[in-house]
Design a protein around this ligand. Sequence first.
Ligand code: MUC
Ligand code: MG
Length: 381
Amino acid sequence: MIQQIETILVDVPTIRPHKLSVVTMSTQTLVMVRIVCSDGFEGWGEATTIGGLNYGEESPESIKVNIDTHIAPLILKMPASQVGLAMAKINKVIQGNRFAKCGIETALLDAQSRRLGIPMSELLGGRLRDELPVAWTLASGDLVKDISEAEKMLALRRHRIFKLKIGLRSVDDDVKHVLAIKRALGESVSVRVDVNQAWNEIDASRAIAELESGGVDLIEQPIRAENKAGMARLAQKFSVAIMADEALHGPASAFEMANLAAADVFAVKIAQSGGLTGACLVSQIAQLAGISLYGGTMLEGAIGTAASAHVFSTFKDLAFGTELFGPLLLTEELLCEPLVYKDFMLQVPNKPGLGVEIDQDKLNRMRRPDTNQSFSKVKAA
Ligand code: MUC
Ligand code: MG
């Protein structure tokens, strides 16, 4: 049975400021979930978001308090091996809270696949690939720094796909910045942009035309997530691929976006999808609708990254690769053995469960002191 659920916040500095149109990050707060089962198995999950409440409607603190107070008590003492049943109980009574649900589902699936002695990807339909291409985000905000960072990544053979965060400066300045980087890196390197909803539709139309003719090959969430009809107009108008990110809040929104032909590509994220099975469902809707796939991130640490990798390894089509570089943006490693990034790819762990082990001593040293001790560990009586 599910015996104990613990939530842990860990504040980890980033290797450099990470500038998005909605926030500049210098720290990432990892939200870790640990589930202990009465048969001795243990599972880990992650429910990390970006920039407090700047990006999404759940913050690290709200995720923690909602798991501790409302979600954990619902599933304590339930059979740990019946993950579907536990998640159905949560989904029946808890509205929203997709990130929190993702953290719980990941931990339950980790424990269950360890119990069965198989990698988590095999519980999710079965992996089709052992390694995933990984993009890097250039988000220093400085042209010279961005180019030298990209050159360093190419030389290290770590990344050859670069996503540029834009939307903070004027549209013209952003377009100039992107095209200068594309010219410096050359034809063989993929350059993409993520506007994080910052443009209106008129600016987007003008900018996308210039980016398309300059060789940029993916435009991520150029306009507000709610403007699905606008996304559909942009997808129809341009041949460069238009990708939905913030507009995707799980299977129902994926179905709506697919119906509206509101994107050429979906950025599938486990947390935005409300969990791993939700992310698989989003990918299936996309594939049925002829929409291409990209493996997205909320800049999770190693647990969320490994969980995402297991999910993305089951996708038949992954035409635009992934951006599972979260742990590389952080100054601290929390695994006993780090994830392996090699030859532009992330290797999908192949040991049972998530296939990674947390360095518990390090985690204990780094965890944010609990201000709410009584709620941080919920135990079966
Ligand atoms: C986003 O909007 O895609 C993912 C990579 C990155 O640099 O930021 C995130 C969020
Ligand atoms: Mg995005």
